[in-house]
Design a protein around this ligand. Sequence first.
Ligand code: PMP
Ligand code: GLU
Length: 390
Amino acid sequence: MMEFSDRVTSVEPSATLAVSNLASELEADGVDVVDLSVGEPDFDTPENIVEAGKAAMDAGHTGYAPSNGVPELRDAIAEKLQGDGLGYEADNVIVTPGAKQALYETFQTVVGPSGRGTSSRAGDEVVLLDPAWVSYEAMAKLAGGELNRVDLAPHDFQLEPALDDLAEAVSDDTELLVVNSPSNPTGAVYSRAAMEGVRDLAVDHDVTVISDEIYQHINYGPEHVSLAGLDGMFERTVTVNGFSKAYSMTGWRLGYLAAPEEIVSQAGKVQSHSVSSAANFVQRAGVEAIQHTDDAIDEMVDAFESRRDLLVDLFAEHGKDVSTPDGAFYLMLPVADDDQEWCQEALKDAHVATVPGSAFGAPGYARLSYAASTERLEEAVERLVDAGYL
Ligand code: PMP
Ligand code: GLU
């Protein structure tokens, strides 16, 4: 019998990818599944980006790239972040194969197996805002950390009304706090007052904060607040962003982190000893994406917004009131106490794939990704109604 490390046996496979794999298997057997599981835009990558990728290959950019990223893309990312009012230079940026890798490197850099301060915890304390994207928990555990979770579900998934709860959770023992706005899985966009509340706690207790802004551009109205721009936060924030969602580039695997140089020099070691770098020609396409793709983003975001409206209206017609998300392309549908069973049965009977809320720390809900055509969304609701799930 083989023995595996406690690190790896302590985590489950990604629930989002697991449901999506199951849906793909059913499809391979000829079943027509409406797949609302994985968070992946249904648009092709904009043509100008594809062309830039091909041109980069033709120009011979097929060898190893500098580990932290090609200078052209690090510069372009720094310029974008400066445009957002954040004081990052190219040296503050690590280009990664997907935002997931940027997050993984940050957890490996900041979180360790021996707890800080007076904590009786075995590992460094990581505070998550529930519901939270599935991989934060796994990344914390893989780094040897221990979780402390604050539940936003009773506050309509908003952070501002939960600041007292957050203040209870964050202490001098806390090493890392993860904030993701717009949020996966709820679509909530946190207010400036909420972010300032996070800032006050982080500064008071000397906590490092990950600000995962991968859904920054998929926002239907509220102000987007970047934590690194708040007083006292630049030096303790790791800003994570990527190309998968805004530019519909999930398969290209391109993302980045921006952080103070002392964090970059540590996290860069993880990158250089693991993936080496993001793919060279993909990074060149990233320059084109970041500099010349505003119109395509606007079109995609408009489409997501009308799909959100459609879905919220359809659920209301069937007596289900859902919190209207302000960003990302996810919606939390209240289902049954046993959300895992609900999702499994809905996939089996109605051939509609969704992810159980409990995978995100939100039992009783199913997460739906509405990055699908209006026809497929209508079809999904019809199937759920016909099979008695709504
Ligand atoms: N953060 C969040 C909140 C996400 O939903 C995702 C989805 N994949 C990621 C990070 C990672 O994205 P990627 O690795 O495709 O850039
Ligand atoms: N982030 C997306 C999701 O939550 C993509 C899958 C993943 O990486 O988890 O569905």
